[in-house]
Design a protein around this ligand. Structure first.
Ligand code: ATP
Length: 271
């Protein structure tokens, strides 16, 4: 919830330096920042800005963060919506909301429109597997999105970034040239990646001498960036509760248990 707490159309403060462990995705995204910042240079050479970027990968790997960083780096206004918001809506409301957001963003370029969980509206039409398949409201919302994306041919300083956990379930119409033709994988972090993420989130958190971040990066195999950030935050809360001046290894261990097992189970495990 908090990650979308930002006001509509605001310029995010997130930068590429806030993202770690997914250098290739950041590299691809930074090309688009250049486009947004200096469109004339590109146009002079006949290059067209892609209208859409599709980020895909498991939950909590930093897709939303990356979209915000593109806006932050490019000095662009950020408009966010989530495909899941449209699922329970009356027919036509989702399409109207899409139209409204695009209209606002066009008046406020450079701008990024971010659509999280795009599979909720963009699943293969008529298919039974996806959240939006065969669902009339989702179909209308998707159609409106396609119409809007066809309406700007890479001449506006407007970029639509969408995120999904499941690229394979998306309607191929969404992935066609001129729409979300660029796909960037944001995968689970490697051990090195986890260490960089831990370092980013350890900033401003006093750590006790017994904390060994490289060791933590090793034992947290399978954890996402979101889980690592949560672990450090929970560890800080533990230390504050215990009135300790620094976050100890034990605080982080308990923080980790709270993230993977939930607070109640974690205290039972430690009791
Ligand atoms: P979802 O698919 O669930 O929407 P997501 O991929 O969009 O997840 P984010 O919302 O960007 O994930 O991540 C949540 C939080 O986790 C971020 O705000 C950040 O604090 C932390 N985080 C996740 N990935 C990274 C990363 N690669 N580097 C630094 N922090 C990260």
């Amino acid at each position: 919830q908090s990650k979308n707490a930002q006001k509509e159309g605001e310029l995010p403060s997130v930068r590429f330096s806030d993202i770690a462990g997914c250098d290739e995705a950041v590299q691809e995204a930074s090309e688009l920042v250049d486009f947004l910042k200096a469109p004339l240079e590109y146009r002079r050479l006949g290059a067209k800005m892609p209208s859409g970027l599709m980020l895909y990968g498991p939950p909590g790997t930093g897709k939303t963060l990356l979209a915000k960083a593109v806006a932050g780096e490019a000095g662009a206004a950020f408009y966010a919506m989530s495909g899941s918001d449209f699922v329970e809506m009356f027919v036509g409301v989702g399409a109207a909301r899409v139209r409204d957001v695009f209209a606002k963003a066009r008046l406020n370029t450079p701008a990024i429109i971010f659509i999280d969980e795009v599979d909720a509206v963009g699943a293969k039409r008529g298919g039974g597997s996806g959240g939006g398949g065969g669902h009339r409201e989702a179909d209308q919302t998707l159609n409106q999105l396609l119409v809007e994306m066809d309406g700007f041919g890479g001449n506006e300083r407007l970029l639509v970034i969408a995120a999904t956990n499941r690229l394979d379930t998306l309607d191929p119409a969404l992935l066609r040239p001129g729409r979300f033709s660029r796909h960037v994988h944001v995968g689970p972090p490697s051990e090195d990646g986890r260490l960089s993420i831990l370092n980013v989130h350890a900033k401003g958190k006093p750590l006790a001498e017994d904390v060994d971040l490289p060791q933590l990066a090793k034992v947290t195999a399978g954890s996402s960036g979101a889980e690592l950030a949560e672990m450090l935050n929970e560890g800080a809360i533990m230390a504050a509760r215990g009135k300790r001046p620094e976050i100890t290894h034990e605080d982080l261990f308990e923080g980790f248990l709270r993230v993977v097992a939930g607070p109640r189970k974690a205290s039972a495990m430690l009791a």
